[in-house]
Design a protein around this ligand. Structure first.
Ligand SMILES: [Fe+2]
Ligand SMILES: [Fe+2]
Ligand SMILES: [Fe+2]
Length: 254
């Protein structure tokens, strides 16, 4: 017999509590994958509401929802869902840009470590040139973020994925501030001592590396994986692609 909508949201709330309690993980993973293909956005909102009413904090609820999606997606073997899309799909371009950002992060960490090993550096040194080059590419992330904030997230929110989108949107703000800070630091190279420059560079890179990787992971393996599982019909994604085309988002400037 098909479970009613009410059953699904209460099953989901029950499962979120079990995840919180850390019980029988293999069984929970199986249940999560079964539930994942049947839930609709409203079910998540209702389950979240139940948990909030029973005393969980908003942050705990967000984390449990993300853990549920992740467990379900991993169990169904759909973890690489975004990667298996055709090249014409809007999320393929998003994921390809994510890959480039991961490469630039690795470059950034490499050059920051090289700079940290030096005892002095001239303004025209290859290390600083390389740093500037990488930062230019990271600045290109603004267009990627705009595409998500202005087109993808609003559409997903309309489908009901409000809470998950909201938590990921906040991260955009912090990432952009960190990139801005890196650019300001680079510009200020000649006006500060090399020791202070190195320390600030190291601490900014130590923040931005894990924060950005975590962000890209949560988008691909939680939010987009969930949205793709729930809304497989192509019209939603086609509409987003059309809007991006109208705004003229390109992505090549990354
Ligand atoms: Fe380049
Ligand atoms: Fe993002
Ligand atoms: Fe992204």
């Amino acid at each position: 017999m098909k479970a009613s909508k009410k059953d699904i949201s209460s099953k989901l709330a029950g499962l979120l509590i079990q995840i919180h309690e850390g019980k029988n993980r293999p069984l929970i993973r199986r249940q999560a994958s079964q539930l994942l293909s049947r839930i609709r956005p409203n079910d998540i909102a209702k389950a979240e509401h139940r948990l909030l009413k029973s005393g969980f904090s908003a942050e705990q609820v967000q984390q449990l929802c993300a853990a549920f999606v992740l467990m379900g997606v991993m169990e169904t073997g759909k973890a690489d869902l975004v990667r298996r899309l055709p090249d014409s799909h809007i999320l393929r371009k998003v994921a390809a840009e994510h890959d480039l950002f991961r490469c630039f992060l690795a470059d950034l960490e490499e050059v920051a470590a090289e700079i940290d090993r030096q005892s002095s550096l001239s303004a025209a040194s290859p290390e600083l040139m390389r740093l500037s080059h990488i930062l230019e590419h990271l600045q290109g992330m603004a267009e990627h973020i705009a595409r998500e904030d202005d087109v993808i997230f609003p559409m997903l929110k309309k489908q009901g994925w409000e809470t998950l989108c909201r938590s990921i949107e906040k991260e955009h703000l912090y990432l952009q501030i960190a990139i801005e800070d890196l650019l300001k630091l680079r510009m200020a190279f000649q006006n500060m001592s090399f020791g202070v420059f190195k320390n600030q560079l190291t601490s900014l890179v130590r923040y931005i590396g894990p924060a950005m990787r975590e962000h890209l992971f949560r988008e691909e393996y939680v939010l987009f994986a969930l949205a793709l599982t729930a809304a497989q019909e192509s019209s939603l994604w086609e509409t987003m692609k059309t809007v991006c085309r109208e705004i003229d988002y390109c992505g090549f400037h990354v």
